[in-house]
Design a protein around this ligand. Structure first.
Ligand code: ADP
Ligand code: TRP
Length: 330
């Protein structure tokens, strides 16, 4: 039996190069080695009350982007969270073993309370319970998530162990963070602000066209150039090289590295090359996104098959969970 990998993403915004190189590309790579579940966390996104008129389009956009980047419904189970009612049922049951104090102490919750004091809803408080339900409903072994989700994953382990102990069963394995080793990198932004991210507003998106990408790269923050041979690179320049290493050939990287070292580097040339090499990777994906977004029959089939597979796996878990809890048929 293959070990189970699961990851979810909230349908807010578009996927950027950070999502692609930090997550998606690895999700694609491991599809044959593991039983993979990749889902769109539409229930989670309701904590921020998205407008009903935009909701479906947001889910569809992320789904098309996942598929265009190489997630393969023939290899992995790709589904929409709200299509699997077993997730919500497990959430109710796990909520009975989740304590207010521990939920209130969650860093992400405290952060949200601070930022949006007008919308501290119970869904926000129990966000980690819903996330644990996502993970445990398929009895997942591995969860590839960024550092910011470590605490949520730890809570999933706590709830899994607590359920097993409380009911004296071995229904849930302990899920662990999946680390992609040398493949796990932090993609920097080009505005000198560290990480590329949605909320940072510095994203280069898979859906961006050539003109947009070129404009974003040409605007990247730089310095006034190296002043002495072999001097260390300041962060903003290191960021450019980090991106270059992701998208360009080793020869190209070595070429600009030499130019940096002997102080003959021209940032304009570096940026032009970087923009061209980003485009070489993302434009074919963009083409596929546009194609897939217009293929409603294909999307409907992917979603239906994903739902069937996910529900089958989830129903098998819920059967054991319900038995453990003491539900019996009349
Ligand atoms: P964002 O930071 O834009 O809100 P998410 O938190 O939705 O992105 O991240 C989804 C996935 O993409 C996570 O696995 C996360 O680790 C990865 N990811 C996001 N930004 C980056 C980045 N700049 N570098 C590497 N991985 C990233
Ligand atoms: N909380 C995750 C995020 O914000 C999204 C998510 C929901 C998730 N359920 C999950 C990630 C289960 C991994 C596993 O990025």
């Amino acid at each position: 039996m293959k070990e189970v990998v699961l990851s979810g993403i909230r349908p807010t915004g578009q996927l950027h190069l950070g999502n692609y190189f930090g997550a998606l590309r690895n999700f694609v790579r491991i599809q044959e080695q593991y039983r993979c579940y990749y889902f769109i966390a539409d229930l989670h996104s309701l904590t921020t009350h998205p407008h009903p008129a935009d909701f479906h389009a947001n889910v569809k956009a992320i789904l098309a982007q996942y598929l265009a980047a190489g997630l393969d419904p023939a290899k992995s189970c790709i589904y929409i969270q709200s299509d699997v009612p077993e997730v919500s049922e497990l959430y109710v049951l796990l909520n009975m073993l989740a304590y207010k104090g521990e939920l209130e102490r969650t860093a992400a919750f405290k952060d949200k309370v601070r930022k949006n004091p007008e919308n501290v809803n119970a869904g926000l408080l129990t966000y980690p319970v819903l996330m644990a339900s996502d993970i445990l409903v398929h009895r997942s072994n591995w969860v590839p998530v960024g550092k910011d989700q470590d605490q949520h994953l730890e809570m999933a382990r706590v709830f899994a162990k607590r359920f097993n102990n409380f009911y004296g069963v071995e229904v849930f394995p302990e899920p662990h963070a999946m680390d992609f080793g040398s493949g796990s990198i932090k993609v920097p932004g080009l505005d000198g602000n560290g990480k590329m991210g949605k909320s940072e507003g510095n994203g280069i998106y898979l859906i961006d066209d050539e003109k947009t990408i070129t404009k974003k790269v040409m605007r990247a923050v730089t310095d006034s150039g190296p002043t002495a041979p072999d001097s260390p690179k300041p962060d903003v320049i290191e960021n450019l090289f980090t991106l270059l290493k992701l998208v360009s050939t080793p020869e190209t990287v070595a070429y600009f590295d030499e130019k940096w070292k002997d102080c003959s580097i021209r940032y304009g040339d570096l940026k032009k090359q970087l923009a061209a090499d980003i485009c070489a990777i993302t434009l074919p994906i963009r083409e596929r996104i546009l194609e897939i977004e217009n293929d409603d029959a294909f999307l409907a089939r992917v979603v239906r098959e994903g739902r069937e597979q996910a529900r089958e796996s989830a129903a098998a878990t819920l059967k054991e969970v319900r038995k453990a809890v003491g539900f019996r048929e009349f």
